[in-house]
Structure formats: structure tokens, C-alpha cells
Design a protein around this ligand. Structure first.
Ligand SMILES: *[C@@H]1O[C@H](CO)[C@@H](O)[C@H](O)[C@H]1NC(C)=O
Ligand SMILES: *[C@@H]1O[C@H](CO)[C@@H](O)[C@H](O)[C@H]1NC(C)=O
Ligand SMILES: *[C@@H]1O[C@H](CO)[C@@H](O)[C@H](O)[C@H]1NC(C)=O
Length: 350
């Protein structure tokens, strides 16, 4: 059993399920830009209410007109598949020092069945099909989670969760399948954690009509069941099964393990850029695969981060995708020790 030594039951199970189904994409995306923009929720605005870390195609912008084809507009992508010019973004995690200063927690690639995924300050993306799936269309976008939520009981833990990673080696799996009993809704605050893994699982059922909706959520629904298995059967209101997108972020908290640095006023050491904890975790997605390459990838059993000639998928080396960067449009310091978290107030319509 090679899996048993390589990986814990969790990811082995996930991969086994996907292997039984024939395909699952899992690949690295490096940092494109970290800035206060959000073309989905706050189009046209610079210095949006909170900071995001963004990966994917470099057509990412303060405004992204859904009628434009970002696969054509992008000159490069920070993801390993050349054909994927989508944009993926989430909040940023900060460590709060007891002296009141904040510093951005570094993001690293995860280990796993392919060995370490190399990302330069980004995340790992999954597309998990369950049976025959319909790929997203040009202009499609969606949001998972709620950036303003402060109540952990309002979060479904099997969809958005956090896990304390006690191993400094990201190849050593900790716990069971993603978003199970080894996970919490809140961000763990335990000096034993070397890394904190954040998982965001998107809904898999589409209404088949709308590329977006006013809340960026109601055109989508979660299928029956739970977990990172492609999703179960869809409700009649949202009958079209799409690939299950999962974001996997490894926040490297190794440098913040010394409890002497932690806040003494009762506030949490790790918070997201809304200045709220795990209950406000969220992920944004703007589809941008070239042509029908994602549909072909799903139909042809393309696997993990391997090139897949049947679907025309080619890959680039880390040096190439790491080089795809964008300058901040909402210019401000986001690295090093910050006297305050970059938040609210100075919104400017671009
Ligand atoms: C980004 O948006 C700004 C303002 O809407 C626009 O002037 C600029 O041309 C856009 N850049 C790209 C690369 O599309
Ligand atoms: C807080 O502590 C950090 C780490 O020692 C230091 O770099 C930073 O300048 C301090 N901030 C303030 C406001 O003293
Ligand atoms: C996490 O950060 C520590 C301290 O900077 C570093 O030694 C380690 O290599 C990092 N882990 C990964 C997986 O990059």
C-alpha cells in the first residue's frame, strides 16, 4: 500500500474516489497580487473593505465585464495549467502581535499524492467531477462563504473549515478527509500548529441559466451529501451538475508559535483580513478556462496536475507560473509588520 505511507487515509480516500471516477484536477496557483480589490462583490472599487490574495490569469482587474473572455485577455496565468486563466481569491490571514501590529501569514503549497505542489504564496485548486459534469461557461462566477459572518454556527463545517497541521512537513497528512471531524470552523489557535490548512468547497449544482446572481450564490446550490467527492445529487431548482471546486490553502504559522507574542487582551492570534475569524472565511471564483478545455478535461479523465493531450491541456514549470504577477492597483503595504490591518474607509471608485 503505497498510499498508506504517502498519505493519510483522508487524501488517499479522496484520491481513490476520484480515481474510481477517472479524474480529478489538483494543481498549484501562485500569488498574482495581494490587494484590496474585488471585481465580483465590489466591481470598480479600489481599496475595498478587506484585503484579498488573488491567483490565476493576469486579466484580473478592478472591473471584470462578464461578456469579455478573460482566457483571451490574459497574457499569462499564475496557475500550472496554461489553459486556466480563471481567477481565484480569498481573504488573507494575519497574525496579530500582542503589541497590536499585524503581519500577513505566508502561504505555501501542500504535499499530497503528486508530492509537493509548488506555489509561490498561493493556493492549490481542485476540480472534482462526480459522474458526467457540465463545465462552467464564459462569464460564470460565484462566491462561497460570507465575509461578514461572525457566528461559527452559521457555517457548514463540511464546506468551509480549518485544520491544525502539527507537522512542519506538509507531505505528512494530518487527520481524515477534508472538512471532517479533524477540522473546525474557527481558525485554530494552538502553538502546536505549524501550519493551518484552510479548505473551501464550492457548491456543485447550477440553475443552468444564470452566470451570476445578485448575491453571487443563489444561482448555485450544494448537492446532497458532503465532502470533497464531487457532490451528490442536485435539487430540481439547480439541476445541472458542475465540477466541484475546492480551494486548499496552507497558512504557514511556524514563525508565530511562540505564545509570548500572542495577544493578551483576549483577541485571537490569527484572523482574516475582515478582522474576523474562520466564520467569515470565503472564496471567490471567476471562470476563465480557454474555450471548452475544462469540459474536455472533465470528459477525458485528465488527472491531477499532469498535461493531458486529449483535452489539449499543457502545463508550465513553477518558474513560469511564478513569474505571472500583477502590480497592485489599490497600492498599499501588505507585507511586513503593519501598525493596522488594511481595512475599509478609503474606498475609491476606479
Ligand atoms: C483595468 O481596469 C481599468 C479601469 O477600469 C482600465 O483602465 C484598464 O484598462 C484595465 N486593465 C486591463 C488590463 O484590462
Ligand atoms: C511589534 O512587534 C514586532 C515584532 O517584534 C515588531 O517588529 C513591531 O515593530 C512591533 N510593533 C510595535 C507597534 O511596536
Ligand atoms: C514555514 O515557515 C518556516 C519558518 O519560516 C520555514 O522554515 C518552513 O520551511 C516553512 N514551511 C514551508 C512548507 O514552506
Amino acid at each position: 500500500m503505497q498510499w498508506a505511507t504517502l498519505a493519510a487515509a483522508a487524501t488517499a480516500l479522496l484520491v481513490e474516489q476520484a480515481a474510481a471516477q477517472g479524474n480529478m484536477l489538483r494543481f498549484a496557483c501562485s500569488q498574482l497580487v495581494v490587494e484590496r480589490t474585488d471585481p465580483l462583490v465590489n466591481p470598480g472599487m479600489k481599496y475595498t473593505p478587506h484585503l484579498h490574495q488573488i491567483v490565476g490569469g493576469d486579466a484580473f482587474n478592478v472591473t471584470m465585464d462578464p461578456s469579455q473572455d478573460i482566457a483571451q485577455l490574459s497574457k499569462c496565468t499564475s496557475c500550472s495549467f496554461v489553459q486556466d486563466k480563471s481567477n481565484y481569491w480569498t481573504a488573507v490571514m494575519f497574525f496579530k502581535h500582542k503589541n497590536g501590529s499585524y503581519i500577513r501569514v505566508p502561504q505555501v503549497g501542500n504535499g499530497g499524492p503528486q508530492g509537493k505542489l509548488i506555489n509561490d504564496g498561493g493556493l492549490d485548486i481542485y476540480y472534482i467531477p462526480s459522474g458526467k459534469v457540465t463545465a462552467f461557461k464564459k462569464g460564470f462566477r460565484m462566491l462561497a462563504g460570507n465575509a461578514g459572518n461572525t457566528d461559527p454556527s452559521k457555517v457548514v463545517k463540511s464546506r468551509i473549515c480549518h485544520r491544525c497541521w502539527t507537522s512542519s512537513n506538509e507531505d505528512k497528512f494530518v487527520g481524515g478527509a477534508p472538512c471532517d471531524n479533524s477540522d473546525t470552523v474557527d481558525i485554530p489557535a494552538d502553538p502546536k500548529c505549524k501550519m493551518i490548512r484552510q479548505t473551501i468547497i464550492f457548491p456543485t449544482c447550477w440553475d443552468g441559466k444564470n452566470l451570476d446572481s445578485p448575491d453571487h450564490q443563489s444561482h448555485m446550490a450544494y448537492g446532497q451529501g458532503s465532502g470533497a467527492n464531487g457532490g451528490g445529487s442536485c435539487p430540481s431548482t439547480h439541476p445541472v451538475k458542475v465540477p466541484q471546486i475546492m480551494y486548499e490553502l496552507m497558512w504557514n504559522v511556524t514563525n508565530f508559535a511562540d505564545k509570548n507574542m500572542w495577544p493578551t487582551d483576549g483577541s485571537k492570534p490569527f484572523v482574516y483580513s475582515m478582522n474576523i475569524g474562520g466564520s467569515a472565511a470565503h472564496g471567490d471564483y471567476v471562470f476563465g478556462w480557454e474555450g471548452d478545455s475544462l469540459q474536455k478535461a472533465m470528459d477525458n479523465g485528465c488527472n491531477l496536475n499532469n498535461a493531458c493531450p486529449k483535452a489539449g491541456l499543457t502545463t508550465q514549470q513553477p518558474a513560469q507560473y511564478n513569474a505571472c504577477k500583477k502590480k497592485q492597483q489599490a497600492v498599499e503595504d501588505v507585507d511586513g509588520w503593519l501598525k493596522e490591518m488594511p481595512l475599509g474607509s478609503k474606498a475609491i471608485k476606479a
